[in-house]
Design a protein around this ligand. Sequence first.
Ligand code: PBG
Length: 342
Amino acid sequence: MTPADRELPSGVTPVIRPRRLRATAAMRRLTQQTRVHPAELILPVFIREGVSEPVPIGSMPGVVQHSLDSFRAELQRAAQAGIGGVMLFGVPEHKDATGTGATDADGILNVATRIAVAEVGDALVVQTDLCLDEFTDHGHCGVLDPSTGSGQVPKIDNDASLVRYREMAVAQAEAGSALLGLSGMMDGQVRAVRDALDAAGHLDTAILGYAAKYASAFYGPFREAVASSLRGDRRSYQLDPANRREGAREILLDVEEGADVVMVKPAMSYLDVLADAAAASPVPVWAYQVSGEYAMVEAAAAHGWIDRERAIDETLTGIRRAGAGAVLSYWAVEAAERWARV
Ligand code: PBG
């Protein structure tokens, strides 16, 4: 290259050169705006009743339904990795119309909660999914309106579901859950549950409102994870993916009803909703990187189509950058362990 090759006409020589801050690894490190810390990651964990070995989930390679033994080991690993918490989901052996397993003190989720609190309750925030879908034989998040004729699209009875959520909340608080994840998308659920908790003396049990939860195709693998018996879909209670304003409204409602934390879910296809929530909410805003988001990256990486670890970190960083204070991710422990090594 001769000096003439580097000569630009006057007037087009760049004066502002943003590349200065990208020139070296040390400079990039120093000027990096968003970092994800292990403490901002929450691991969702599935615990299956009646198994003595962990059961792999085919559509979520690397994720299992835990036995009580493998669950204990996973809790220790999560605490060791320094993540912020675990979100527990129960997979019961028996289901029924009103999800009685959810309110039974000996139901799998409540049993698992007591174990988690005993094992790692000081190191991690032990959180529980408060929703009926894992426990109902029809797979819906609430109880069905009995007037629904057979062959009709099932109607979900909002207020009857709230009665069950209130009972479930007290059962989970009694099991020791520190933060109840209200994921059922029934109207008024935060207020109804807060009242039930307070009336039972559980003033310190916090509520995570899954405020803006969209009816998403990306929950697909989760259905296998919890052996869901869902027929139909959840569009009569979860939000339409097209609606940004409705997400903002649900966030405000949950805050008004007393949610301690609010959530946007899924994460990657809803980063605008997340950014809106982060700007408007006076309480922490979290995001759930759901099963289908996990499965997409794992599947593409398994084909050699993307660099798995870079892709994982890019998704987590993007969700943090959009405004999430913490992220529920199936990669939580793996990512925290890997970052600790570099
Ligand atoms: C409801 C619930 C769901 C998920 C978390 N809580 C399923 C649904 O609403 O259909 C999905 C999580 C995921 O896909 O990773 N109990």
